[in-house]
Design a protein around this ligand. Structure first.
Ligand code: MN
Ligand code: MN
Length: 434
């Protein structure tokens, strides 16, 4: 709205003003502008000056045409004009305020619309996200861990899930070769945010499922070499592997690959069994031997090895002592009964310090009441909450790899063992340094 427009409104306001002399106009405008300036501020002064000029010119024209009277008291007119002009300025200012308010309402409406769009837009994180249960029913979508994107190698990943569908190292009930696929299936229930710990791993790390290790199911010894080579490649990308087993044999070849890259590591091994047999049935490679082999290969920092949950029947009273003789700490299940394991983990964290540490979790460490779907069941095991305390207790450590082994779906008709395994793998991801 410019000065001319304002002047035209002004002239339309009172036709009697046509009868003023040019000089009367100027006096009146001057007084009015002073008042206006006081009333609504300096910023309208320039506009007012231009308005006065326009009106003066208009009066000049009228005077030349003999249409302006000279017998009106200019002071009276000035007062009248002052009041009218000020009132009009105020009205204009009020109109402006109203217009701005409308604009503000419009802008606020648009802002609300934009916020709404942002809130409901598909997540555009720079990191991979699990497929949400609000985007695809949980029984659909890709059969990857947590329905994450899959990729063929670990390139570009901070952490990866990887399956080893192997059970030719088992001694009793088989079926762990079906574990990775079943754990992935049950992982479909998992949501990205850890309500207990506050961890949001997919907001801070690039994670994907890189599929399965192509083991040779007719040759366990060849399979362990295949596993080591596979993990050597994962580690060249600086990626932390989280492994879905598979029988416990697989931890040894993984630790070999880690030793090549990082040297010996601390170990938290949760299991009903020590898995330190020198041989089984005359064989050096079996699911009861991985930590004996890892020890032989110099994969472990012996004073930083912890075996938690050991129990059951043995061949001799000192079955669990071999590890102790190497400097390992052995915490049998009975020492865990009826209590929180948070203090134990606090002490383990203190002792491990900043050393690289590997977490190997055999699902048979849990009591079969929680996890019956496994091959070598022992009574009197850990509770699922104690297991959570152990895994969450790893947070803050320099965790370089984790596995969850020995889920055997044929003995898991409810799917609960695989589901617990999936949850534990997610908790391991949450415990990584992010
Ligand atoms: Mn076991
Ligand atoms: Mn084991």
């Amino acid at each position: 709205m410019d000065a001319v427009f304002l002047a035209l409104i002004f002239c339309g306001y009172d036709h009697s003003l046509r009868h003023l002399t040019k000089e009367m106009w100027r006096t009146a405008m001057s007084l009015a502008l002073t008042g206006a300036e006081r009333s609504i501020g300096q910023r309208y002064n320039d506009l007012g000056q231009r308005l006065a000029q326009q009106l003066g010119d208009l009066v000049s024209d009228l005077q030349q045409r003999g249409e302006v009277r000279a017998d009106i008291d200019p002071i009276l007119i000035a007062k009248m004009l002052f009041n009218n002009f000020t009132a009009m300025y105020i009205a204009f200012a009020k109109y402006l305020v109203m217009y701005l308010e409308t604009l503000k309402t419009k802008v606020a409406g648009q802002m609300a619309l934009i916020s709404n769009l942002i809130e409901n837009a598909p997540q555009m994180s720079k990191y991979n996200q699990p497929l949400s249960g609000n985007e695809m029913i949980r029984t659909g979508g890709p059969a990857t861990f947590m329905r994450l994107p899959s990729q063929p190698t670990a390139q570009g990943l901070d952490a990866c899930f990887i399956g080893i569908p192997m059970d030719i190292g088992t001694s009793n009930r088989p079926g762990a070769r079906l574990g990775p696929r079943q754990i992935r299936d049950e992982s479909r229930m998992l949501r990205p945010y850890n309500m207990a710990t506050g961890a949001a791993p997919f907001a801070n790390m690039q994670v994907a499922d890189i599929g399965d290790v192509p083991i040779n199911t007719f040759d366990l010894k060849k399979s362990v070499d295949i596993i080591t080579d596979f993990y050597a490649d994962i580690l060249t990308h600086g990626t932390i592997p989280l492994t879905l087993g598979g029988d416990h044999t697989l931890t040894w070849p993984i630790l070999r690959a880690i030793r090549e890259k990082l040297g010996p590591v601390a170990l938290v091994h949760v299991d009903a069994h020590a898995d330190v047999n020198d041989e089984m049935f005359g064989e050096k490679v079996a699911h009861g031997c991985p930590f004996r082999r890892a020890w032989e290969d110099g994969c472990l920092i012996n004073e930083k090895v912890y075996q938690i949950g050991l129990r059951g029947t043995g061949y001799s009273p000192d079955d669990f002592d071999w590890g102790r003789q190497q400097g390992w700490t052995v915490i049998p299940a009975e020492e865990c009964w009826y209590k929180s394991l948070a203090p134990l983990m606090s002490e383990i964290r203190r002792q491990i310090g900043d050393a690289p540490v590997y977490l190997s979790f055999d699902i048979d460490s849990l009591d079969p009441a929680y996890a019956p779907g496994t091959g070598t069941v022992e009574v009197g095991g850990l509770t699922s909450t104690q297991a959570l305390e152990i895994i969450r207790g790893m947070a803050g450590l320099n965790v370089v790899g984790c596995d969850l082994v020995e889920v055997s779906p044929p003995y898991d008709p409810t799917g609960n063992t695989a589901l617990i395994g999936a949850n534990f793998l997610y908790e391991m991801l949450c415990a990584l340094r992010q």
